[in-house]
Design a protein around this ligand. Structure first.
Ligand SMILES: [Zn+2]
Length: 476
């Protein structure tokens, strides 16, 4: 199975220049390739309008191989400096372009599931993600504090690489590729690793046999709350303190940036140097906050995926939630991007692959399921629930409980009904079926329940058979 190992780097100034140059080269190849594809498409349209037969129309390089052939023929003109960077850099940009084109045509013909993919757009120097992927050449972990990348050379890691080094030395892991990335604060290197291990729970972790099924709600104040179908709160993960501090500082620095001479869309002003300095600072604080949050989420999701058989999460419209506000400066963009990295979609993504690693299962609730508005005691659905209401108060049965806990309980009870998504990294795919519980222990009691969603399920199903669970009706 594929796993990723990511390390913060401590590159020398010369290495920083080389890293930035490679990422710029990837972007250059992407943009030049896209411009060429657009020219070819225009040419084809014109030729067709003259009535030229289809087989004689200009060919559009659509695949990575075709784009590479075109790039190798034109790179002396387009980028005479191409020798400065590894060829992997250009290949990385062209690969991204080929994927974008494939996603667009797949989306248009209906072969691709998930949200509609638009035609690839040019990558701006200011906005685009600064990254580059290496798939061949010298890619390795040199020792516990150094990695080696093509052309860049031996780079010191900020974090210990001992874990990956040990697996590689023991022969249980093989490095396939490396992606370098700058997040506004630091450079990172992520290795794609083929870790030849079977899915399953690590021996040192005890399974929670009392609560095999949990629902997880992502709170506003707390990062997440997990609950069992019987109403027990299984876990509550508060936001780490340094995160709150970083967020407070972020707000202060953002106010400062607002008072400074920032860029102006109407006049085309680029903003003062002091504004740029503050904006860069915002980017750095933000990257730190995102890192803290991500780390806390990783710990929580690992624990959930290892200890419980079934984890139920909400299906949120993540794309809509993390859309950036117009008018945000450079730092603002980095900020919103980093928030998106650690947003609810991230929790679902992490649970998706971690449940696959540890042999448990992720269930995603229907998008319109009102987990927060439903009373977990009597099943009444409230018409309105303000985000500020920390307590859930039921108007019909009078139950009062924590808002996030209430939602988590409702989600846990969904596990028999919700469509199943298993080990799907992006979480955007098709659902495999219904009635997805493959645990033999029924949830203990339905004490607080009484509504139909908390009916204990039958214990007949064999464990360990993924994808073959019969529909719920047959199992019962
Ligand atoms: Zn109620």
């Amino acid at each position: 199975m594929l796993q990723a190992y990511r390390f913060a780097l401590d590159p020398t100034p010369a290495q920083v220049r080389a890293l930035a140059s490679h990422c710029g080269a990837a972007r250059k190849a992407f943009n030049e390739g896209l411009a060429h594809v657009k020219r070819c498409l225009d040419q084809r349209a014109a030729e067709r309008s003259y009535g030229m037969p289809d087989e004689r129309l200009t060919e559009v390089p659509w695949t990575l191989a075709a784009l590479r052939r075109w790039w190798n023929a034109s790179k002396d003109d387009l980028a005479p400096w191409w020798r400065e960077n590894s060829k992997e850099a250009y290949s990385s940009g062209l690969d991204a372009l080929a994927r974008g084109l494939a996603a667009w045509s797949g989306s248009r013909s209906g072969k691709r599931r998930g949200p509609k993919a638009g035609f690839p757009r040019f990558r701006s120097r200011r906005r685009a993600r600064v990254s580059c992927r290496f798939t061949t050449g010298a890619i390795r972990v040199d020792d516990r504090s150094h990695v080696v990348l093509p052309r860049i050379g031996r780079v010191k890691t900020h974090e210990s690489a001992a874990g990956l080094l040990d697996s590689v030395t023991a022969g249980s892991a093989r490095i396939l590729a490396a992606t370098v990335r700058f997040d506004g604060r630091r450079w990172y290197c992520a290795f794609t690793v083929d870790a030849g291990r079977e899915p399953g729970r690590p021996a040192h972790v005890a399974a929670d046999r009392v609560h095999p099924v949990v629902g997880v709600d992502l709170g506003v104040r707390d990062l997440l709350v997990a609950a069992a179908p019987d109403g027990t709160e299984v876990a509550r993960m508060p936001a780490p303190r340094p995160l709150a501090k970083a967020q407070a500082r972020l707000r202060a620095v953002q106010r400062k940036a607002a008072r400074q001479d920032g860029p102006d869309r109407r006049t085309g002003g680029r903003g003062s140097k002091r504004w740029a300095r503050t904006a860069a600072r915002i980017g750095r604080i933000h990257a730190r906050a995102a890192g803290l949050r991500r780390d806390a989420l990783h710990q929580a999701t690992t624990r959930l995926a290892q200890r419980h058989q079934v984890v139920v999460v909400e299906n949120l419209n993540v794309a809509g939630m993390s859309r950036r506000k117009p008018g945000a400066g450079r730092g603002g963009r980095a900020l919103n991007r980093a928030i998106a990295d650690a947003a609810p979609g991230e929790v679902r993504r992490q649970l998706g692959y971690k449940t696959a690693w540890y042999g448990s299962q992720l269930t995603v609730a229907d998008r319109w399921y009102p987990s927060s508005k439903t009373c977990s005691a009597c099943g009444t659905v409230k018409a309105k629930l303000a985000l500020a209401d920390r307590q859930y108060q039921c108007d019909s049965c009078g139950a009062v409980l924590d808002r996030d806990l209430n939602a988590a309980i409702n989600l846990a009870r969904l596990s028999e009904h919700a469509p199943r998504v298993e080990g799907r990294p992006a979480g955007s795919g098709p659902v495999a079926g219904r009635g997805a519980i493959r645990k033999t222990t029924p949830p203990t009691g339905a004490a607080a329940g009484g509504d139909e969603t908390s009916t204990p399920h039958s214990g007949q199903q064999a464990a360990g058979q993924t994808g073959t669970a019969p529909p719920q009706g047959e199992a019962a």
